[in-house]
Design a protein around this ligand. Structure first.
Ligand SMILES: Cc1cc2nc3c(=O)[nH]c(=O)nc-3n(C[C@H](O)[C@H](O)[C@H](O)COP(=O)(O)O)c2cc1C
Length: 374
């Protein structure tokens, strides 16, 4: 695999030109200041991927309001003017390398494990989340049962997303990605067992996707049509690797159509805890990413083990996606696109890089130790 790899070809997502089809996937690094302000260390971190040749950077999940959205202590926010100014430094650094950067907007909902603004969590229904909090992001023990969100709570959350998108634009981002994946708030609404509502947001899948579609529409209304608004979806969750959309391709069609109709610029299908092929395969040889392309005609980003460059080549060449996003492989190889172009081997990802917490400081210590051991 080398300079002829299909991931090295340029493409376009919404209004954004990409020099290649390799995106850095969103990765929470819990390294912002306690008030959610991004740091100079974060600017260096993002600049490294831009200098390493990635065609697109998608930031870590960033909280969207001063109410229930924050998921972890030291998560960055896009809520205050200080946040905007600090993100501006980061977008400036990344743009110096000529690389576009999209901000991931995240509301943690019931999976919040650190939120200075509220002592309780909020979600679609009073269903205790499965599993336990994640120590790498500062949590331990079981998640509490969330407060069921009222119509007012929902409106505040939607307005939080829309106002955050406007602030992202002011901070110089090329677009936003709505985090509707991995078990967080919007995915809690989409998932049958966490959404027991009997209003227009609950029941059939067309209702369960309504909130995400409303967030897309609210953002479009706030920032205009010329700003990229992607949506990240997944079947698996940080606290449930086996969940699949109950209606398979039928549900997928309804979800994808609703988001396209609301004005999404691209769809990004994540594969938390699993390889793409494990979560992407649907009945009849169709893949979930391929189906998303077919149903919507929108650009689609595939994710999950794409540092396997042979798999990435197949996904792109066989029309399963337009772009691939890489998380762990990018941590191990911030210059992955340059390595691919020059046919240089990739470093393996070592989970110890994120221990005992997934901070940038711990990754630096791991790198120093690795260098000393050579
Ligand atoms: C340290 C770390 C933090 C992550 N944080 C986020 C996040 O903030 N938002 C998100 O959508 N996915 C997040 N993910 C999931 C990744 O974006 C990706 O879907 C997953 O790691 C599978 O891709 P990979 O095989 O390339 O690692 C995170 C993954 C890692 C390893």
């Amino acid at each position: 695999m080398s300079a002829s790899h299909p991931a090295l070809l340029s493409t376009r997502i919404g209004d954004i030109d990409l020099a290649n089809r390799l995106a850095v996937a969103p990765m929470t690094r819990v390294s912002a200041a306690p008030d959610g302000t991004p740091t100079a260390e974060m600017a260096d971190y993002y600049a490294r991927f831009a200098d390493g040749g990635f065609g697109l950077l998608i930031t870590e999940g960033t909280y969207t309001d001063a109410v229930y959205s924050q998921g972890y202590l030291n998560q960055p926010g896009i809520v205050t003017e200080r946040h905007v100014a600090a993100w501006q430094e980061i977008t400036g650094r990344v743009h110096q390398a000529g690389v576009p950067i999209v901000l991931q907007l995240m509301h943690a909902g019931a999976l919040s494990q650190g939120n200075p603004y509220r002592s309780e969590t909020a979600g679609p229904s009073a269903v205790p989340p499965v599993g336990e909090k994640m120590p790498e992001y500062g949590g331990h023990g079981r998640w509490p049962t969330p407060k069921p969100m009222t119509a007012d709570d929902i409106e505040v959350a939607v307005r939080g997303f829309a106002a955050s998108a406007a602030r992202a634009r002011a901070a110089g981002f090329d677009g936003v990605e709505i985090h509707a994946a991995n078990g967080y708030l919007l995915d809690q609404f989409l998932t049958d067992y966490t959404n027991r509502r009997d209003d227009s947001y609950g029941g059939p899948v067309a209702n369960r996707v309504r909130l995400t579609a409303e967030v897309v529409s609210a953002i479009k209304a706030e920032v205009g049509d010329d700003f990229c608004v992607g949506v990240r979806l997944s079947q698996t969750k940080v606290n449930d690797f086996v969940y699949r959309w109950p209606g398979g391709a039928h549900d997928a069609r309804i979800i994808f159509s609703a988001l396209a109709a609301a004005g999404a610029s691209y769809l990004h299908i994540a594969s938390e805890g699993r390889d793409w092929i494990e979560t992407a395969r649907l009945e009849g040889g169709v893949t979930i990413t391929g189906l998303a392309r077919q149903v919507t005609g929108l650009p689609v980003i595939a994710n999950g083990g794409m540092h396997d460059v042979a798999q990435a080549a197949q996904v792109l060449s066989d029309g399963h996606a337009d772009v691939v996003s890489i998380a762990r492989g990018a941590l191990a190889n911030p210059d992955l696109p340059h390595r691919l172009a020059e046919s240089r081997p990739l470093e393996r990802f070592d989970h110890m890089m994120l221990q005992p917490m997934a901070t940038l400081g711990n990754a630096r210590l791991w790198q120093q130790a690795a260098r000393a051991a050579v």
